[in-house]
Design a protein around this ligand. Structure first.
Ligand code: PHE
Length: 471
């Protein structure tokens, strides 16, 4: 499937094909790397609880919204906004900037994953000294050259696939490798929760301590819902634009977040119990996955092999996400500036690589540089993109669909035989609603709730979290 070239627009082979591809974009480092470390930093169960609340109010709502806009317009994010209302095209551009920023640090972490495939293969996890495994990460990250080298390799892999066109295999491999990843995570999780002392970690992860819920925790959870579901930057608009007209949108918009959240929870249960069992600090931040999992593998039969397999599958999951990030930027330049696909991909990937260099260095040689709220460069870029740009894109999308494109309720006044007036409310059958229900062929009973969420609850909730989390 080639996502984004207007000349040869294809379509997903089947509903399953679309769900797998969209889940491929959603499931990635956000689930395996970011969710566990954010949970560790933000009070464990408290974070998970808030994440779930936001997922229900905002996640499902916006997933449907983006897919609907995409399928209706059959265009990339900017074209989609422009087609419905030209003066809104700039909102699509905001998404392109978010995609650029996210990929710049995503690729750095993707590079760490590649480095850990190599380390696992060379037998580096074969030791009983778990403390040493923690130090291995610190040493790696503090060197300037190796992380940059792997960051470059990750970008090259992403770029190669986007130039070649995504139809050559990704859909096919996804069907095998995604389930394989799931099996691996379950195995690692079982080992992790059966370690001595692991139950502390399970409790930490699942038992919410309400006193830990602060404005900052809620904002992180909000940003993570957007990041993990690939929402707020037009990615799902682009994917939705390749969806055939008879697919059931509400159904797809239900399964994708479900799969994504399932993987995140499993990853949390694979990592946090082990953190407690090995006495690692749960708030270690971006390094958490990399200090913890090697220690788990060292306690598994065939640990090196398991390590290689796990990190290879994680790399695959990361790449099915990074191509969707790069594709949003590339399709913008191809459509708007009329560049060739090859030129656009090469130049943008080069720029993103360059933007990733300071992110990478900020983990070692440049760790003294603090940009926002005492955060280093990588964390600051992540904060701006995930916690500001994506939620902002989300609010704008809600306003756009609910109020500009239009979702309305109309009042009907009728009289009974006795002359009593009865007022009822009905949803107006606008283009947006026609699209969601496939012209009335699907019985979407939750439509009134969805409309209320899009027009009122979701934008207001995002707005409140946003304002109180930032100030
Ligand atoms: N959802 C992806 C992940 O969890 C990251 C991503 C964000 C991809 C935004 C596309 C758009 O790894």
């Amino acid at each position: 499937m080639d996502i984004g070239s207007p000349q040869e627009r294809g379509q997903w082979g089947s509903k399953l094909g679309f769900i797998m591809a969209a889940a491929g974009s959603a499931v990635g480092l956000g689930n395996l790397w970011k969710f566990p470390f954010l949970a560790g930093q933000n009070g464990g169960g408290a974070f998970v609880l808030v994440y779930f609340l936001i997922l229900f109010v905002v996640g499902f709502t916006l997933m449907m919204a983006e897919i609907t806009v995409g399928r209706y317009t059959q265009l990339n994010a900017i074209g989609a906004y422009r087609k419905i209302k030209a003066s809104w095209a700039w909102v699509g551009s905001l998404g392109v900037i978010a995609g650029f920023l996210i990929l710049s640090f995503y690729s750095v972490i993707g590079g760490w994953i590649i480095a850990y495939i190599v380390k696992a293969a060379s037998g580096a996890f074969n030791t009983a000294d778990t403390k040493m495994l923690g130090d291995m990460f610190t040493t790696f990250i503090q060197s300037a050259g190796a992380p940059l080298f792997y960051h470059g390799i990750f970008m090259l892999l992403t770029l190669g696939i986007v130039i070649g066109g995504i139809q050559n295999g990704i859909e096919k491999y996804s069907k095998i490798l995604m389930p394989a990843l799931l099996i691996m995570i379950v195995l690692v999780m079982i080992r992790s929760i059966t370690l001595d002392g692991a139950m502390e970690g399970v409790k930490f992860f699942l038992n919410p301590d309400f006193s830990k819920i602060t404005g900052g925790v809620i904002l992180s959870a909000l940003g993570q819902v957007f990041f993990s579901l690939s929402l707020g930057m037009g990615c799902m608009i682009t994917y939705g634009s390749y969806l055939s007209k008879d697919t059931n949108i509400p159904e797809c918009a239900f399964y994708i977040p479900l799969i994504d959240t399932g993987v995140a929870l499993l990853a949390g249960l694979a990592i946090l119990p082990a953190v407690f069992a090995f006495n690692f600090p749960p708030d270690a931040g971006p390094g958490l996955l990399f200090i913890t999992l090697p220690a788990v593998f060292s306690k598994m039969p065939m640990g090196s092999l398991m390590g290689v397999l796990f990190f290879t599958l994680a790399l695959f999951a990361a790449i099915t996400s990074s191509i969707s990030l790069l594709e949003v930027c590339v399709s913008y330049v191809v459509d708007e500036w009329n560049w060739t696909r090859k030129k656009a991909t090469l130049i943008i990937a080069g720029l993103i690589f360059a933007a990733g260099v300071p992110c990478s260095l900020s983990q070692g040689p440049w760790s003294h540089i603090k940009l926002i709220k005492g955060k280093g460069i990588l964390d600051s870029v992540d904060f701006v993109a995930s916690n500001i740009l994506l939620p902002l894109g989300g609010i704008l999308l809600c306003v756009f669909i609910g109020w500009v494109w239009g979702l309305r309720r109309i009042q009907r006044i009728s009289k009974t035989d006795e002359g009593k007036t009865i007022i009822t409310w009905e949803l107006e059958y606008t283009d947006a609603l026609k699209e969601v229900t496939n012209d009335g062929k699907i019985n979407f009973a939750l439509a009134p709730i969805w409309v209320f969420l899009i027009k009122w609850l979701a934008p207001v909730a995002i707005g409140i979290v946003f304002i109180q989390g930032i100030f």
